[in-house]
Design a protein. Sequence first.
Length: 224
Amino acid sequence: MTPQANTNSSNTAFLKIYKKLYKTLGPQRWWPGDTPFEIIVGAILTQNTNWHNASLAIEKIKVAGLLHPKKLLMEHRRIPRLIKTSGFYRMKSKYLRAFLKYYVGKYDGRTSRIVKKNTRAIRHELLKIPGIGPETADSILLYAFDKRVFVVDGYTRRIFSRHGMIKSDMPYDTLQKFIESNLPASTRIYNEFHALLVRAGKEYCRKNEPLCTTCPLGELLPRA
């Protein structure tokens, strides 16, 4: 379908999906993390792996007493060994170090300093950091910095395209704007909706052998 902002049918459809998932699956309380920095580290480490593997790496950083931007940057040589469970650990070590240099060098590693800037400016800076693409940048903005952006991932594309609401190959920014334009401008809803889509994608709307008959959305929308 051709993206068209704020059409009544699209707006109603997106909200119906959100409400149905929320009613069925409940609040997801995502992203797990005690501090914004822990959430940021998780967003970088969970690339190309599952959350379990990323969380094991975060726990090792915690045990080492290094889950602080300045401490971790000072001990950056230890990062590869600490995050090995996250997969692609050599590459992710470079990504994490690049973020740390930016975060500590420009903002002294303080969330309170970076969140004062507008969302677009922060996103622009994040996308300049090696290893941080749109999805990771938006995850950091939404979950760590409480900025109002909708995170688009593979589950989002799969669920909405299977229901004929979008084209699966829509460019990231185009798809993001389309979804945002058909939802209330709410950080809370963006946060919860993305988390619900991730869970629904993992448990029901699988890439192979989707469980359509038991999916909470099965009775709501016809498959394309």
